[in-house]
Design a protein around this ligand. Structure first.
Ligand SMILES: C[S@@+](CC[C@H](N)C(=O)[O-])C[C@H]1O[C@@H](n2cnc3c(N)ncnc32)[C@H](O)[C@@H]1O
Ligand code: SF4
Length: 424
């Protein structure tokens, strides 16, 4: 409902986004041009956290083996389609990708051998996965960006989140990763966990900065209706901070970051410089491999099947595992681009002109007038920068987008391996 209103009033788009079932020929892979980011999804975890909306199943060694073969097959199918394109980054997410570390070694080897690759390799790491052997293997593979999923330092809250470690384990994990001196150590945290106090949040943020990490990514917990956490909160009547307090929390995090010499580098990341950001989804063009991965280039946004078995089977038959495709109109492409630039906190009108050959402020007149009048953005040369209120508004919109839009697309994709059509 709210997404309908936002889409119509601000973006001037009346029709819903339409996803249709993929058929050979729906996508023109020649539209992959320039540099492209590669995302590899590993949908296995030892245990499943009740708040997690991502595509994952409980790890089984034999399925993981078959999954690796399927990933290699997917890479082989894309090889010709990506002829001569440079892969500028590889991000491996999940799930818990390190459960497949030896399988990943072969996958990276394959990419290096058969693709033009020049860039960083990032991976998500669950704290209890960290040990010398793993870090040595990652270094050898060429991984240089680590994203450690800490979430909170509070043992009771960790138990509530279904995370099987304590502050002591986190301490050991961060210290060991730091000793290996990767190019970037990012730590993922969450705020607004049910029952958390402002003091708890301050403690978490101060503690994480005291480790002298390269980057902090901190998001308020989003309660996706598809997750068990949604019913737990309802059943137990648990309370969380409201929107206004969330704004206050953002200001508190900014203040503590400043005290420790960090500055905000996007809507929810903090770093010491601008150069070593760990970010998997904000590239202009990316191809996603694996069950549930999404891709975007040219006019296309599409999703692979989420079903691990269906993914393995379809690749066994040497077909791409693409499920649904949104052939984007020019307006949708612009909206998609603007959404992710807002995530960066800076929208460059010159880049927009370069990409779409249109004047950004004229094209989205109502949006930019509204942002300015409401004090959500300010002009800095050819760039539009979100103010603190703008950042808060983005958090709010991102939450609505997640709860209403992503939740529906992901839930449907988890229910059915293959979808005929989806309008949202
Ligand atoms: C793809 S996830 C999982 C990475 C890794 N498996 C782990 O759990 O540490 C990456 C990050 O998204 C964040 N995240 C996951 N679920 C979330 C939710 N419901 N709301 C807000 N952030 C979430 C967490 O901070 C997490 O570390
Ligand atoms: S939060 Fe991470 S470890 Fe937990 S189920 Fe999701 S992907 Fe797995």
């Amino acid at each position: 409902m709210l997404t309908d209103v936002l889409r119509k009033v601000i973006l001037g788009k009346k029709e819903k986004f339409l996803f249709t079932h993929y058929q050979e020929g729906t996508i023109d892979f020649n539209e992959i041009n320039g540099e492209i980011g590669l995302y590899i999804h590993i949908p296995f975890c030892k245990t499943l956290c009740p708040y997690c909306p991502y595509n994952k199943i409980v790890y089984k060694a034999d399925t993981a083996q078959k999954y690796q073969q399927a990933l290699i097959q997917e890479l082989a199918l894309y090889k010709d389609k990506m002829n001569h394109r440079t892969i500028s980054s590889i991000y491996i997410g999940g799930g818990t990708p390190t459960l497949l570390v030896s399988e990943l070694k072969e996958i990276i080897q394959y990419i290096k051998e058969y693709y033009y690759f020049n860039g960083d390799i990032g991976i998500e790491v669950y704290p209890t996965e960290v040990n010398r052997e793993l870090l040595e293997a990652l270094k050898k593979m060429g991984v240089n960006l680590i994203s450690l999923g800490v979430q909170t330092f509070n043992d009771e809250k960790l138990r509530f989140l279904g995370r099987h470690y304590t502050q002591k384990d986190i301490n050991a994990a961060i210290s060991l990763v730091k000793a290996f001196d990767f190019k970037c150590l990012d730590v993922d945290m969450m705020s607004n966990i049910p029952g958390q106090t402002i003091e708890d949040i301050k403690y978490d943020v101060k503690t994480v900065f005291s480790y002298d990490i390269d980057q902090l990514s901190i998001y308020p917990l989003i309660v996706f209706p598809l997750t068990d956490m949604a019913s737990v909160i309802k059943q137990r009547g648990l309370s969380r901070f409201g929107e206004i307090e969330e704004k206050r929390i953002l200001a508190i995090i900014d203040e503590i970051a400043g005290e420790y010499g960090y500055k905000r580098t996007s809507i929810w990341t903090y770093g010491k410089g601008d150069d070593n950001r760990y970010t998997s989804v904000t590239r202009e063009s990316f191809v996603g491999l694996g069950a549930g991965a999404s891709s975007h280039f040219g006019n296309y946004f599409y999703l692979n099947t989420f079903d691990v078995e269906a993914y393995i089977n379809v690749l066994h038959n040497e077909s791409l595992p693409i499920n649904i495709v949104n052939v984007m109109t020019e307006k949708e492409k612009m909206i998609f681009w603007l959404f992710w630039r807002c995530y960066d906190g800076v929208i460059d009108a010159n880049r927009f002109q370069q990409l779409f050959n249109k004047n950004m402020k004229k094209e989205f007149k109502l949006l930019f007038t509204a942002l300015k009048l409401m004090g959500l953005s300010k002009k800095e040369g050819a760039k539009i920068v979100l103010t603190d209120w703008g950042r808060f508004a983005y958090h709010f919109i991102e939450k609505q987008y997640s709860i209403h839009y992503l939740n529906t697309v992901w839930q449907k994709s988890m229910e059915q391996p293959w979808i005929k059509e989806l309008r949202i």
